[in-house]
Design a protein around this ligand. Structure first.
Ligand code: PLP
Length: 388
């Protein structure tokens, strides 16, 4: 058989991390003391009370059968209660909340539920690569919204041409932001909601990092008046509770958009393992516990160590108020791939080149705060020897 991958896979942007990945694997195989600051996956385990809840749930044979497509009612109610406590917003747990297999799954499937082939989807650059891929899978056209230091890493909505506004059906935004770690101002969320209402655009706010904050707690876009007419927010248990491998998140907001995603999903998957959903209930109910709230303090200490260390070696990091990423400007004249290559070759440090998040990410690289402060201090000393 002359096998060829489907065109929708062939037209995806090239995997720019491939070369760094290959070099990292070779370095590890050669026994070099690699310090991985590239990976956006918590180094700490899931808190024990959540593991206990999963253990208890899995002993009940009722959790072994197909889960309900619309999600466990207790989880949906618990999400609505948590949302009310955290953001002061009421959600109808039956129509405005939908558990998902992590937030990535919701991002990947949303365009299939709300856009038609040939429509435009507004996508931030640099950004989480799934926005662009899911747009392409739905036969739609990504339109890049550049995030630059000059505009605080917020898209310039005024700069979107009239023709694109007319064809746009969906806009992805993500605050707190990966990879830049920028937070949205209330004014930006208000402008984004106005834009979406004026142009009949579905507004999808990726809220995967709202709970990893160091100063002010980030708001939900659903707090903006009128947002529930146009917006859906995508939340995740992954980073808040160190549960990346469990695959649990939720979509919430406008009932018609949530309902469309649910209809699509009912044809694709058969729900989320019920025991995992029960563990999700325990996680949200334990949100105030020190094992969870303490994670913010842990990342804050790591952030302070990395930011001051990087400054001491002459680099210019953005100081994150949320997320566990530090977005760093490359020294003058170096591309992000060159800088990531240099860090790996000379310092045995893995960093993520900014260009992997889109062309506008070039000139930056990303460090993740997923190593202890001791390891971060060691990374800084290794970088110091480069004499930047
Ligand atoms: C911006 C952003 N959105 C969504 C996700 C997906 O998270 P999950 O599917 O684990 O909820 C990630 C993961 O790194 C991310 O960085």
């Amino acid at each position: 058989m002359a096998f060829e991958r489907a065109q929708r896979l062939q037209v995806l942007p090239p995997y720019l991390f491939a070369e760094i990945d290959r070099k990292k694997k070779a370095a590890l195989a050669a026994g070099r003391p690699i310090l991985n600051l590239g990976i956006g996956d918590p180094d700490q385990p899931t808190p024990q009370f959540i593991i206990d809840a999963l253990n208890e749930a899995v002993r009940d044979p009722a959790t072994h059968q197909y889960a309900l497509d619309e999600g466990d009612p207790t989880l949906r109610q618990t999400i609505a209660d948590w949302f009310k406590g955290r953001f002061g917003m009421s959600l109808n747990p039956k129509t405005e909340v939908l558990p998902t297999i992590g937030s990535k799954e919701a991002i990947a499937h949303l365009p299939l539920a709300v856009v038609n082939p040939g429509d435009v989807v507004l996508v931030p650059d640099p950004g989480y690569p799934v926005y662009r891929a899911s747009t392409i899978f739905a036969g739609a056209e990504p339109y890049i919204m550049p995030l630059t230091a000059a505009n605080g890493f917020l898209p310039d909505l005024e700069a979107i041409p009239a023709e694109i506004r007319r064809r746009a059906r969906l806009m992805f935004i993500n605050y707190p932001n990966n990879p830049t770690s920028a937070c949205a101002t209330r004014e930006f969320f208000v402008r984004a909601v106005e834009f979406a209402r004026r142009h009949d655009v579905v507004l999808a706010q990726d809220a995967a990092y709202t709970e990893l904050y160091f100063e002010e707690a980030p708001m939900s876009i659903l707090e903006v008046p009128g947002a529930s007419d146009v917006a859906i927010e995508l939340h995740s248990f992954s980073k808040t509770f160190n549960m990346t491998g469990w695959r649990l998140g939720w979509a919430c907001g406008n009932a018609e958009i949530v309902g469309s995603l649910q209809k699509l999903k009912s044809n694709l998957d058969s729900g989320i393992f019920t025991a995992v959903q029960k563990a999700g209930v325990a996680a949200l109910k334990g949100y105030q516990r020190p094992e969870v709230a303490g994670l913010r303090e842990m990342y804050r200490q790591r952030r302070d160590a990395l930011v001051s260390g990087l400054r001491s070696v002459g680099l210019e990091p953005n100081v994150p108020n949320a997320t566990f990423y530090v977005w760093v400007k490359c020294p003058e004249g170096k591309s992000s791939l060159e800088m990531a290559g240099l860090l790996l070759e000379k310092c045995d440090i893995v960093a993520t080149p900014g260009v992997g998040f889109g062309q506008c990410g070039d000139g930056y690289f990303r460090f993740a705060l997923t190593q202890t402060t001791d390891r971060i201090a060691e990374a800084v000393e290794r970088i110091r020897k480069l004499g930047l």
